[in-house]
Design a protein around this ligand. Sequence first.
Ligand code: BEZ
Length: 260
Amino acid sequence: MSLQGPAPKTDEFWLFGYGSLIWKPPPHFDRRIPGWVTGYVRRFWQASQDHRGTPEAPGRVVTLIERSYWEKLADHHDSAPDKVWGVAYRIIPEYVAKVKEYLDIREINGYTIHYTPFHPATGIDPALLPQHGPFLTLVYIGTPDNEQFVGPQDPQKLAEHIYRSEGPSGLNRDYLLELEKALNVLSPESGDEHVTDLANRVRAIAARERKRETGIQTDNAILSSQFPVVVSPEQAQQRHHHDFRRGSSIDEQEETEKTS
Ligand code: BEZ
């Protein structure tokens, strides 16, 4: 893990989260402050082999791209908010070494450590902040030179990819939908079009898949009512058992969709 940018002057350790850290805080923090950083663009351009995918089938998670670099790229999502919203966590001083160790394990897979000024949202009690105005936070970034960096992707292909990916931390689509939800509650202006567009596409894919599943079911039901098959009581019993199992697996899938 490389260290880039100036280290903070304050003794306090503040960590900026713009992805899963927004809704999955690190251990041993005592303050969580919503706010934003500038000079970056958030994109689902980092392959995830260890959280939302596997080495054989990597998922996609967010990273920050330097805006000056991003402006030179051909991105299908050709605009991005000036402010990248997220949260800053203050780590309890006695636990800083332990948390850094934990984060090293959690955030590898291409991410490196950087420092960036964090702007607290308006209305935060100044007593909770290390100083007046912006302060430096540590942030994990998957830069374009890391092996997991994917770069610009067609949004529909990216959404399909996210829809079908899964890793040890769960479904990739849950990561996307949780991120959208977490951003929407930080501030009235913290939404991110890139995230929302992908989330809308993933919801449409989920609806399409549900329709496909239920469509097949309906066709079967129509077929069997048109061509009733005479079966023995034992076969009927077996069929009932089979249909019951099929029904419950569809219910389970619906449940996954609802919570994702
Ligand atoms: C984040 O939430 O900010 C984050 C999480 C894992 C890796 C990089 C960033």
